[in-house]
Design a protein around this ligand. Structure first.
Ligand code: NAD
Length: 229
């Protein structure tokens, strides 16, 4: 089976009712990103940060995977599909995708502020001030905030380097190191992009652009990939 590697961003979940950064004009769900998604934000107002992610988690509980997520999961019948997502939602997994790398963490997990390896499944439950890990320190969202290291990038680079086909869906490619993955796509692999808006793809590679929203775009991509399987 050929290896199909997909890099997804907030755009793939837009049709499920979750706002992207861009569409919100630099604000994410009415908040400045620095206030709710940075170590500084956490240091200054822990209560606000916890509320922000508790709200996102509750919203996620009421959202469903859309045709884009479902179409990518269905491609596992024909390809060795690996999803690398910048999203913190769990909609790829709920659609049935089995190999998902979360570059920026996961909303349904919490972790210790003392030991980053101490990670807990919390489902759709809130994290409150005073909720502690087994070492006795406050729990925080299991999210990679701006300015923090991205531990899963190594695995993502490895998978990208083995791709026969690489597709980018619903990401503005503004956030690094995720956007830098394009550099690791092998020379011989075909490169695809699905986005209803123009996106600058770094480098001078030939890119097959499908200028559609994710649901429709994944359907078109699947049809065109059938010749490559
Ligand atoms: P972004 O907001 O910068 O870019 C979103 C891209 O999706 C844009 O290019 C836009 O044109 C496109 N888009 C909009 N509607 C679409 C649709 N229906 N189908 C396909 N594409 C569509 O988001 P990003 O590049 O993912 O980077 C921002 C960061 O935001 C990431 O770090 C991510 O962790 C975080 N984020 C995550 C979620 C989520 O988990 N669902 C939501 C918002 C932000």
């Amino acid at each position: 089976m050929k290896k199909l590697v997909i890099l997804t961003g907030a755009g793939i979940s837009a049709e499920s009712g979750i706002k992207t950064f861009r569409d919100a004009g630099g604000l994410w769900e009415e908040h400045r990103v620095e206030d709710v998604a940075s170590p500084m934000g956490w240091a200054l107002n822990r209560r606000l940060v916890l509320k922000f992610y508790n709200d996102r988690r509750r919203q996620l509980a009421g959202c469903e995977p859309n045709a884009g997520h479902i179409g990518l999961a269905a491609l596992e019948k024909y390809f060795d599909v690996h999803i690398i997502t910048q999203n913190i939602d769990n909609l790829h997994e709920r659609a049935g995708s089995t190999k998902v790398i979360h570059l920026h963490g996961e909303l349904t997990k919490a972790r210790s502020t003392k030991d980053p390896e101490l990670i807990y499944d919390i489902g759709y439950n809130d994290i409150r001030e005073g909720d502690k890990c087994d070492l006795g320190s406050q729990l925080r969202p299991h999210i990679v905030w701006f300015g923090e290291a991205v531990p899963m990038i190594e695995e993502a680079v490895k998978v990208t380097g083995q791709a026969d086909i690489f597709a980018v869906i619903g990401t503005s490619l503004n956030v690094y190191p995720a956007a830098g993955l394009i550099e690791y796509v092998p020379e011989g692999a075909s490169l695809w992009l699905i986005d209803p808006n123009d996106v600058y793809v770094p480098g001078d590679r030939r890119v097959e652009v499908i200028k559609e929203a994710a649901g429709k775009g994944v359907e078109i991509l699947a049809g065109r990939l059938m010749d490559l399987k």
